[in-house]
Design a protein around this ligand. Structure first.
Ligand SMILES: Cc1cc2nc3c(=O)[nH]c(=O)nc-3n(C[C@H](O)[C@H](O)[C@H](O)COP(=O)(O)O)c2cc1C
Length: 198
């Protein structure tokens, strides 16, 4: 992409919300890789800051009728993204409840967007969470295009700080490259009105 062209927008979403979480450290590392890569305009979106309550909209998201300001704000944030990366821990063999809740709030805002998964966990590197979320993402019309796996026992030092390896950095860069490759095609696809979207 030449410098005169407008960059596509990549949202990196922190999918854990608990106090003391590792999520922001992992997300900041990935954001730094993405900014250095230079292909996207990158935005960090923290679900803890977005602060969605458990789904409280009376109408299905398919109607696009949102009575709450927090839903309209969330809809705007997701609508602006051309590609999304979820930075997601594994909780009890699955992905997090805040992420499922955030997905359920919306529908067409997710559709026809590529999504990368940066998963992490103590024992599994978040792989079970990453596997589990894929059918949900496909149901929303998103297309998973890659994964980065962090085994926290290998990447957190004694102070609890994230220390990545060259191999892990390369894995993040590979996923960014793949996202950059497919994102223009998805943007073009979204220009074509879907009969399903009405
Ligand atoms: C409720 C809960 C359940 C967890 N379950 C798993 C698990 O199933 N597999 C795993 O590898 N790690 C598990 N862990 C460890 C987390 O992956 C690790 O604590 C990670 O830091 C959580 O992400 P966060 O700090 O951003 O919340 C669990 C942690 C919590 C808090």
């Amino acid at each position: 992409m030449s410098t005169s062209e407008k960059k596509f927008r990549l949202h990196v979403v922190v999918a854990s919300t608990r106090p003391g979480r590792v999520g922001p450290q992992v997300a900041n590392w990935f954001v730094d890789r993405a900014v250095a890569d230079g292909e996207f305009e990158v935005r960090l979106v923290d679900l803890a800051e977005v602060g969605l309550p458990l789904l409280d909209e009376p109408e299905f998201a398919a109607t696009g009728i949102y009575v709450h300001e927090h839903t309209r704000r969330w809809s705007e944030i997701v609508s602006e993204a051309d590609a999304i990366v979820f930075v997601m821990p594994e909780y009890n063999g699955g992905f997090t409840a805040p992420l499922k809740n955030a997905l359920d709030y919306l529908l067409y805002e997710w559709k026809d967007k590529p999504v990368g998964l940066v998963s992490y966990g103590m024992s599994s590197g978040g792989m079970r969470a990453a596997h589990m979320i894929k059918p949900v993402l496909l149901g929303l019309g998103m297309v998973p295009v890659g994964g980065v796996i962090l085994h926290l026992r290998q990447v957190l030092n004694a102070e609890g700080e994230l220390v990545t390896s060259a191999a892990l950095d390369a894995s993040a860069d590979d996923m960014l490259g793949e996202l950059a490759r497919v994102t223009p095609a998805f943007a073009a696809l979204r220009e074509v009105r879907s009969p399903v979207a009405g």
